[in-house]
Design a protein around this ligand. Structure first.
Ligand code: CTP
Length: 403
């Protein structure tokens, strides 16, 4: 997560049962390489101790005791000024009200007043407090001031009631933080369309023809593009992976649906990355009813499926065609030769070639080894890496091409 590594993140924790999840958030941020500084309010301390945060961040956590200590006259200024982002999670209705009105009666709210960085709040409250006109007004006020308010989500509440009030999960908060931190990235202002996963072609209402693509590489590319500040449209064949926070997700099943979604999303976009394993052949007909065993082994006739990248290359109107088109070539032999031919026939600006026969590379694995091919014949082999690292490397090349 290079977008988070080295960043200075100030985490405010207020008095809510969701405070235990803040420890997980602090841990995830620290593991991603951020320098996390925690400020607990007095009510926050009733739910979780500073020691918990110190243990996961390796840094001391601040409380209101520090407000009156030796460093008091500069602490809130230095904390507020040195942060890249201030996130308050969980944020109670009381702290929301203080922030909205500029009250500064504890270390967290004083620091919030002094902070010049972007602020993100993840509200958490119970039983209809969110719907109270006072809370709604406060949230509106903060939103209007540029504070990013995320959630709360709907579900089980501590009171036993069910409704809107649950703090977002740490992974979702992390996703929103990545958006804030990536805003000024190399792809800021660019629209990137990414396809992912293996299409499914039905031949009766129950059965489909598909492939081994997991969608992991495509989803990692979507996250890396978001980290670089892009607006991302993710056109996804069925997969169980949650889409990265901030993507516009378009779910498709068949190659025909994927083609239509890609061609429509390409209008006005800057980059298309076809990471999907779209079908090359599909059953010519799909039976209306389930094929029955008693009727014998069916004979399924295939027909050629549309080649999406070739259709993109054939677009005549320049504004409907992305300036940078990237393809993937998953090969089990003659990798570079096959990938080079595909790059030419599909008129690509960048081809990402991977040998699926290698262990730890290609379908379903968390790692991948790819070679980048450029139209001028240049080749760049990359080492075996996590798919997220491959994605970051590919996005970096794309950013150089379109930037
Ligand atoms: N692709 C596409 N439309 C298809 C099939 C593939 O746009 N119907 C794209 C893939 O998303 C990938 C690139 O074409 O970016 C190469 O896909 P690949 O399956 O490796 O090659 P094919 O052109 O399908 O050729 P073959 O399967 O014979 O290797």
């Amino acid at each position: 997560m290079t977008v988070i590594a080295g960043k200075h993140i100030l985490l405010g924790v207020t008095g809510s049962i969701a405070a235990y999840k803040a420890a997980d958030l602090a841990s995830k941020l620290t593991q991603a390489g951020a320098q996390v500084e925690v400020i607990l309010t007095a009510a926050g301390e009733k739910f979780i101790t500073p020691l918990t945060f110190q243990s996961v961040t390796g840094r001391r956590a601040y409380t209101d005791n520090d407000l009156w200590g030796n460093e008091a006259h500069v602490l809130h200024i230095s904390l507020g000024r040195s942060a890249d982002v201030l996130v308050i999670a969980p944020c109670t209705a009381d702290t929301l009200a203080k922030l909205a009105h500029g009250n500064a009666d504890n270390l967290l709210t004083i620091t919030a007043l002094a902070a010049t960085c972007p602020m993100l709040v993840a509200p958490a409250m119970d039983g209809g407090m969110l719907e109270h006109p006072a809370t709604r007004e406060n949230l509106e006020k903060l939103g209007g001031r540029g504070v990013m308010v995320i959630g709360p989500a709907e579900g089980h509440l501590a009171s036993g009631l069910s409704g809107k009030g649950r703090m977002l999960e740490p992974d979702e908060i992390l996703g929103h933080l990545r958006i804030i931190l990536g805003r000024q990235g190399q792809l800021a202002g660019k629209k990137v369309v990414i396809s992912a996963g293996g299409t499914m072609e039905p031949f009766d209402p129950v059965r489909v023809l598909t492939n081994r693509s997991s969608g992991k590489q495509g989803y990692a590319l979507a996250q890396a593009a978001l980290d670089a500040g892009a607006q991302v449209v993710l056109i996804s064949a069925p997969t169980s992976i949650p889409p990265p926070v901030g993507t516009q997700i378009i779910k498709v099943e068949t190659v025909e649906e994927m083609k239509n979604a890609v061609l429509s999303a390409c209008r006005g976009s800057d980059v298309l990355i076809m990471a999907a394993a779209a079908a090359d052949f599909r059953p010519k007909h799909s039976a209306q009813d389930k094929l029955k065993k008693r009727d014998g082994v069916p004979k399924v006739e295939f027909e050629a499926a549309p080649d999406i990248l070739k259709e993109v290359a054939a677009i005549k109107i320049a504004k409907d065609r992305p300036g940078c088109v990237v393809g993937f070539a998953a090969e089990s032999r003659d990798l570079l030769q096959n990938a080079t031919e595909k790059m030419k026939s599909k008129q690509l600006d960048l081809m990402v070639a991977n040998d699926i026969s290698e262990k730890g590379s290609g379908f379903s694995a968390d790692t991948n080894r790819v070679t980048l091919l450029f139209p001028d014949g240049k080749q760049e082999p990359l080492p075996l890496m996590q798919k997220s690292e491959v994605a970051e490397a590919v996005i970096k090349y794309i950013a150089n091409l379109v930037g």
